[in-house]
Write a protein that binds this ligand. Sequence first.
Ligand SMILES: Cc1cc2nc3c(=O)[nH]c(=O)nc-3n(C[C@H](O)[C@H](O)[C@H](O)COP(=O)(O)O)c2cc1C
Length: 360
Amino acid sequence: MIATRLTADAGAELPLIGGAMYPCSNPELVPAVSRAGGIGIVQPISLTFVYRHAFREGIRLIRTLTDRPIGMNALIEASSRSYRRRMEEWVDVALEEGIRFFVTSLGKPRWVVDRVAAVGGIVYHNVTDLRWGLKALDSGVHGFIAVNRNAGGHAGTLLPEALLVELADLGRPVVCAGGIGAPEDFVAALRMGYAGVQMGTRLIATPECLCSEAYKQAIVKANADDIVLSERITGVPLAVLDTPYVRRVGLKAGPVARWMLRGHRRKHWMRTLYALRSLFRLRRSSIVPTATADYWQAGRSVAGIHEIKPVAQVLEEFGKAAIAAFPPGPSRPGTGENHPPLPATPAKKTEGENSEQGRR
Ligand SMILES: Cc1cc2nc3c(=O)[nH]c(=O)nc-3n(C[C@H](O)[C@H](O)[C@H](O)COP(=O)(O)O)c2cc1C
């Protein structure tokens, strides 16, 4: 076991989060990560819209597949009231069903923290730089997931080393998201001083993920240079594989969309339209084997992914590599500082945060 503040907060054996993925988080993939020692994260729109489970029943189904902790992803979308209400209901149901670890993205996660911390739960927030880190800190989050420029989905702009330096002094554990495809990437992130990793792309190339075979094979064959950032799907850069379709339609948003996105009011409508349209497009292109509009999200971690293999095998290899790299002793994560050797000042604990009350 490699113990860090992440493993304590998540109730996992390995400091590894199986990141939420729309539309790739199916109800078999999430528990497979938890069974293998990490923590799998439920993506509520995947569970309900793609895999057609009522939210509570979907969680209960996952619960029949593992008794280890699982987490939930809450995308905080401020612009739509009905979406916000739906997300609040999902968070409440997740808490009622015993979920105590939440990964939030976008916006201000204060309302999630208030509900979750009230029952002793934990919230980690996805951030791409110090500015977002400070906003999340202000909302009372317990940890950061530092999304770097190598990540799949909505990637950041900074390299993992630089991002950790920005966030290391905020007094919260920092998890590395992006570029973790092989055991050596996991070890490198822990060595840098991260409290763990969040990975997505590696988990698509597994039998437990129900995405199309063509998508999985494309990940296995790709190099880091095959990842491009397209604005055409959600209006903001999204990391996807460079397929003939992506090349044909280009990477920039069209002129009308760009005009809409420039206006203060118009922007809201355009974002809503993008959000809705992307749900259908990504579902179709990732799941349907015959889909021709190939938008396959993936990160630069494809460089370390060479074969489709079961989640348990992937995580076992990661765990073994970490144990070999950090023999028992003061340099093993968790045995001294909460972080392994840090490039910056060790994290300071802030009163009231991450205290025993937050742990199960
Ligand atoms: C296909 C795909 C879908 C994603 N969807 C989401 C999502 O719905 N919510 C979220 O917070 N992050 C999402 N992410 C980001 C992942 O949770 C994770 O941070 C990222 O995959 C890490 O980079 P990696 O793919 O290089 O491992 C997605 C990533 C991928 C690859």
